[in-house]
Ligand binder design. Structure first.
Ligand SMILES: Nc1ncnc2c1ncn2[C@@H]1O[C@H](COP(=O)(O)OP(=O)(O)OP(=O)(O)O)[C@@H](O)[C@H]1O
Length: 777
């Protein structure tokens, strides 16, 4: 159909539709809130809702009438869904009337074309969009034009090394095991081949539930949500282009704005994680998604109740294990194993059962045939991580023996670890999955700088506070316990540091909210346990601080991976107490590194003393506050329990009053607290001055700060110190140390030369003496 014909046809169809609306019957059905026809809403960037702000997903509902009914039990709210039901006879007569000798009724093909909005045509056929010219580095990968346009829109001008290596292999249909440094774009390395496949399929229709085509398993809720929002944000760029196209089309159309027909999304991606209401999950699954991102625990729970989904998992086209190694650590082994078992084709399942019993006669021939079956069709599998050991990669290769060798897996090749065991269960359709290992030596990303502070455990708070003031920015502080976070958080608040917690005991909503606050607050701190160590892609994290050292080398690498992402600079600092040194040494040795490679940070000791006073006072206040809170909590608990049990506490309260401080005493405590808070406030208001700085006479003192002030190079929290990046000061110290070492070496050499000269002279004198050359002698 030509463009002008299509326009005419659309205009005619619109006329018909508006007349139809007058002849439609409105059918009402009563629903509960949960089973209303909710629809997912794409969050456009321009609304400012691109951040999560605690919102997992936005949904809207149309055509719902809210009715209040007075009943004997009181007022009841009812929701009537108003469905539009066409009266076929009426519609036909109207359409006849409107024909006016114009072209015939649209054919089925024309109908289908009309379903696709004009704007789609414009986007797809844009003649000016030259991928080869605009995205020369992506062009050879031959991705779908819609994907290329979205990449351009996001300014991803070239694929990252792992994308460049993995995408062509995945597009050829091979299974891929990808290992690449943190923040190197692994999500799109597996995501783009999947999207490419989905965009090459016909657009799903509204009337059919779309089948699940890809399942991405991630170890944590945050990572699962992030993967889905990463893919969705690319898809939003595509939808967004459509809207731009729509306005172009509207302005070119002579009639007043036509109603833009809402199409189902071409590709739908959703996350199912713990902490989400089961009704919402139900709605997402009932609607149907192409790509489901899930944590194994929650998915396994759902699969237990949802046979339809279990069937869909059996028919998957793609299976992805993101951060596979972490899933084992996170204790997801059993659920993951069960899910993987579902993805196995029947016969393969048997094969694995047989592997554990390799002595069955005549089984091998059959297995080999079955394997061929799997190779032909079935599912493509991608396993990605920043840390998959070389041993594990080798074992993956060994899973299948070359053709002709009957046994797939011998007893003496028993899995070396739980992860080996798990990967053995993967339905690689490839006997030889492609292993792409781009991980850097020692796991250190080239743009990451590392440093350390050696101090007593009790002094870590002060050193942390020093670091945060000295190097403002976004700092992600890792602690190994939730209690540690609970202790540090109020301390940071008292010291006016913007700190937010992130740990497993927070509700999902709160976790997302805190992540969002951290993302959106300029100088802020995220106090986190290792749930934040893997996969989280928080833009522009300047520093990762290991307040408590990580337990494994992999965790060290993944924690560090939250900074220095996508070739940006980043800094990581280990805070090591004397009793932690041995562990640090061991974990660095594990990745073939030496503790001495990590330089020590330089500290302005005069500042540290001032900060110590602040921290000590803040701790005193916090302790006092904690005591009051605890007493109140105990009292309330006792009162509430007594009420429930119907116990009279008056006697006890009287004797308690004798033990507890009197009102007077409590008043005195409150006064003390207020005094301490005032004192801290006063302390915090005082500028921190480096040694030799005069605040009154900025050009005098032993260090003048006038020039730095004028150049805007002063650290605002610590007057007298220049603005500096965390790594730079170490370099100074390193250089100083180097200079010192060189001086010492020179000195040593000088001394050695001198003593050599002296010795030579002495020897010469001896020889002279012996030969009697000395005139005097
Ligand atoms: N081709 C590209 N060009 C520029 N930026 C990219 C490109 N691909 C991905 N990115 C960006 O790089 C960042 C890191 O990507 P991603 O989260 O996929 O890394 P990762 O390798 O999965 O990291 P981790 O191992 O920590 O999970 C993201 O913000 C993403 O938007």
């Amino acid at each position: 159909m030509s463009s002008s014909n299509l326009k005419k046809h659309l205009a005619r169809k619109r006329k018909i539709q508006s007349s139809q609306s007058q002849t439609r019957k409105r059918v009402k059905t009563t629903h509960t809130v949960q089973d209303l026809p909710w629809k997912a809403l794409v969050r456009p960037k321009i609304t400012g809702l691109s951040g999560d702000d605690g919102i997992l997903e936005l949904e809207e509902v149309e055509g719902v009438e809210v009715v209040y009914e007075e009943t004997e039990a009181g007022r009841v709210v009812k929701f009537n869904v108003v469905a539009e039901n066409e009266d076929d006879e009426d519609v036909e007569s109207v359409s006849e009337k409107l024909d006016d000798g114009e072209p015939q009724e649209p054919t089925k093909d024309q109908e289908a074309e009309a379903e696709e909005p004009e704007i789609e045509e414009i986007v797809e056929d844009t003649p000016h969009w030259d991928c080869e010219k605009l995205l020369p580095e992506w062009h050879p990968l031959s991705l779908h034009p819609k994907i290329n346009m979205a990449l351009h829109e996001k300014s991803f001008s070239s694929p990252t090394p792992i994308q460049k290596a993995a995408i062509p292999v995945a597009l050829r249909g091979k299974d891929v095991v990808g290992v690449a440094q943190t923040g190197s774009g692994k999500t799109l390395a597996y995501g783009l081949p999947i999207l490419n496949y989905l965009f090459s399929q016909p657009r799903p229709s509204v009337s059919h539930k779309r089948p699940l085509r890809a399942l991405v398993l991630a170890p944590t809720r945050e990572l699962a949500l992030q993967v889905s929002s990463h893919l969705n944000s690319l898809l939003t760029s595509i939808e967004f282009r459509k809207q731009e196209g729509a306005s172009e089309a509207d302005s070119r159309s002579s009639s007043s704005k036509p109603p833009v027909k809402k199409l189902p999304p071409y590709v739908s991606v959703a996350a199912i994680v713990g902490g989400m209401s089961s009704q919402k999950q139900r709605r997402i699954l009932d609607r149907g998604v192409d790509i489901l991102v899930a944590t194994p625990g929650r998915l396994w729970d759902i699969l237990g109740e949802d046979d339809e989904l279990a069937q869909e998992v059996k028919q998957l086209k793609y299976l992805v294990l993101d951060e596979a190694d972490r899933m084992i650590e996170a204790g997801h082994f059993a659920e993951l194993e069960n899910i993987l078992r579902l993805t196995l084709r029947e016969s393969k399942d048997e094969m694995i059962a047989d592997d554990t019993n390799p002595g069955v006669e005549g089984q091998d021939e059959e297995d080999e045939d079955t394997k061929e079956g799997i190779l032909e069709g079935g599912m493509q599998t991608f396993v990605f991580s920043a840390t998959l050991s070389k041993d594990l990669q080798r074992n993956l290769k060994k899973r299948y023996k070359p053709k002709g060798n009957k046994k797939h897996y011998k007893k003496d090749q028993a899995p070396a670890s739980t992860l080996d065991d798990l990967l053995l269960r993967l339905d690689f359709r490839d006997p030889d999955p492609e292993i792409i290992d781009l991980s850097p030596v020692g796991g250190v990303v080239s743009t990451l700088q590392e440093g350390k502070i050696e101090c007593l455990s009790a002094d870590k708070d002060v050193y942390l506070y020093y670091f945060l003031l000295r190097y403002p920015g976004k700092s992600l502080v890792f602690l190994s316990s939730i209690d540690g976070i609970r202790r540090l958080l109020p301390l940071m608040a008292l010291l006016n540091v913007n700190a937010f917690p992130l740990h497993s005991q927070l509700e999902q909503r709160q976790r997302l909210k805190n992540l969002d606050r951290f993302k959106n607050t300029k100088n802020s701190v995220l106090l986190a346990t290792d749930i934040a160590a893997r996969g989280l892609d928080i833009p522009a994290v300047d520093h990762v601080i290991h307040f408590q050292i990580p337990r494994t080398a992999d965790t060290y690498i993944h924690r560090n991976g939250r900074t220095a992402r996508a070739m940006q600079k980043g800094f990581s600092m280990l805070m090591v107490s004397p009793d932690e040194r041995r562990v640090v040494r061991a974990l660095l040795n594990n990745v073939g590194r030496n503790e001495s490679e990590i330089a020590e940070m330089s500290i302005e000791l005069s500042m540290l003393d001032k900060l110590k006073a602040r921290v000590q006072l803040a701790k005193k206040i916090e302790n006092a506050q904690h005591k009051v809170k605890k007493t109140n909590h105990e009292k309330n608990w006792l009162r509430e329990t007594a009420e429930v049990l119907g116990v009279d506490l008056s006697d006890m309260e009287q004797s308690d009053n004798e033990n507890h401080p009197s009102k007077k005493k409590r008043k005195a405590q409150e006064r003390d607290m207020a005094q301490m808070k005032d004192e801290l406030k006063h302390m915090l208001a005082q500028p921190l001055l480096a040694k030799g700085i005069s605040p009154k006479f900025i050009t005098s003192g032993s260090r003048s700060i006038a020039d730095d002030l004028l150049a805007g190079e002063v650290n605002e929290a610590m007057l007298g110190l220049k603005k500096a990046e965390a790594g730079s000061e170490m370099e100074v110290k390193k250089k100083k140390k180097q200079a010192q070492k060189t001086a010492q070496a020179k000195e040593r050499k000088g001394k050695a030369d001198k003593s050599k000269k002296v010795k030579e002279e002495e020897d010469k004198m001896d020889v002279d003496a012996l030969t009697g050359e000395d005139d005097e002698e």
